[in-house]
Ligand binder design. Structure first.
Ligand code: FES
Ligand SMILES: [Fe+2]
Length: 369
């Protein structure tokens, strides 16, 4: 058996068979974030989520509720709604043979219907995915069952509720950024604390040595406080100067940056001026899509506009730095010289990740595939 402080073996970051097992045991049973309810405010607005072989779509129905369907035609399996988002007022119509559903998922039109023997429209409603709304976000799960999202967020709901996620509005659109690495590479790097002072001079200038982390239930939390430091860059200095008081936040959160990662692949970056979600969508053993979008509460103050821009600038730099790192590690893990490495006992989030993967996919305990 591997030691308690040992990383997962390198082969688990590139082996296609392991990837399949891991998807079934780790990703399919987990809640995935589809969108915020304010991303689809009007009847017929939709957002799609492509993950593994599944094609999901969240649609605002005629009554104003949000439904999550499989975005797949019940006739011959064609994709139904195009792109990442859009609007389909009133009807969902398949581009192949024009079968048409209403926004509640009932089949309402079938050309040449009498040519289908013993046909009953009610047998061919759109397939529904398990879904729920929580914190203003729409969640879906590929494999039903498992804990509720309320239960998973319960350790942190008191502090998160200060931010008023439910009322937030999207800032821009969902972006997709492909990365040529295993999904765990991105997830590990997200929760790795020891690299912050080394690889992110800007971020560490912002939060000094206040960086902390902890694990509660299914959530990994990391945080830092915006503070005086000697390592300021232009952006961090300007952010510290312009970030205005956010009156709805309690004092201790007004200059606090924190990150909540819901195991395994959804994370909220939570700042006083804005929040965003990041989703690490596994594509293959060595490819991942980062899906991301920011949300804000309406605030017209000029300092707030400046703070939001500066936040984006600081994080654009952090992302660029992390992209270089994850590529280097994915590459190095292919070397015959590297198998596993030791994890510091302070890396509680990384250690918890390793433990969870080993538990869910026991073959991860083997030194070789
Ligand atoms: S595949 Fe959709 S109508 Fe035929
Ligand atoms: Fe990083």
């Amino acid at each position: 058996m591997p030691g308690a402080y040992e990383s997962l073996p390198a082969w688990t970051y590139s082996d296609p068979d392991f990837f399949r097992e891991e998807m079934d045991a780790v990703i399919r049973p987990a809640w995935q974030l589809v969108c915020h309810r304010n991303d689809i405010p009007e009847v017929g607005d939709y957002i799609t989520l492509d993950i593994l072989n599944e094609r999901l779509v969240a649609v605002r129905d005629a009554e104003g509720s949000i439904r999550v369907f499989h975005n797949v035609c019940r006739h011959r399996g064609s994709r139904l709604l195009e792109g990442q988002s859009g609007s389909c007022p009133g009807r969902i119509r398949c581009p192949y043979h024009a079968w048409t559903w209403d926004l509640e998922g009932a089949l309402v039109n079938v050309p040449y219907e009498k040519d289908f023997a013993g046909f009953d429209r009610t047998d061919h409603g759109l397939a529904v995915a398990e879904s729920c709304e929580y914190l203003g976000f729409v969640w879906a799960r590929l494999l039903p069952g498992g804990p509720s999202i309320e239960e998973q967020f319960s350790p942190y709901i008191d502090e998160i509720s200060h931010y008023r996620f439910e009322e937030m509005q999207p800032l821009g659109r969902v972006t997709l950024r492909p990365r040529a690495v295993n999904w765990k590479q991105i997830a590990d790097n997200y929760a790795d604390a020891l690299h912050i002072p080394v690889a992110h001079p800007g971020l560490s200038g912002l939060v000094g040595n206040s960086y902390g982390m902890e694990v509660k239930g299914d959530i990994h939390k990391m945080w830092g406080d915006v503070m005086e430091s000697r390592k300021d860059s232009w952006s961090t200095r300007a952010y510290k100067k312009h970030l205005p008081v956010v009156p709805h936040l309690p004092e201790h959160l007004r200059r606090h940056w924190c990150y909540y990662r819901l195991w395994p692949n959804v994370a909220f970056d939570v700042y006083p001026d804005q929040i965003d979600f990041m989703q690490f969508i596994p594509v293959s053993a060595t490819e991942t899509m980062i899906r991301e979008i920011a949300y804000v509460l309406p605030d017209d103050r000029r300092e707030m506009k400046a703070a939001r821009y500066l936040n984006w600038r600081i994080n654009r730099e952090v992302n660029a730095e992390d992209t270089v790192i994850i590529n280097r590690v994915q590459d190095g893990m292919g070397s015959s010289s590297f198998d596993t490495g030791p994890l510091a006992k302070t890396e509680v989030c990384l250690l918890d990740s390793v433990r969870r993967i080993r538990e869910a996919v026991p073959s991860a305990n083997a030194p070789k595939p």
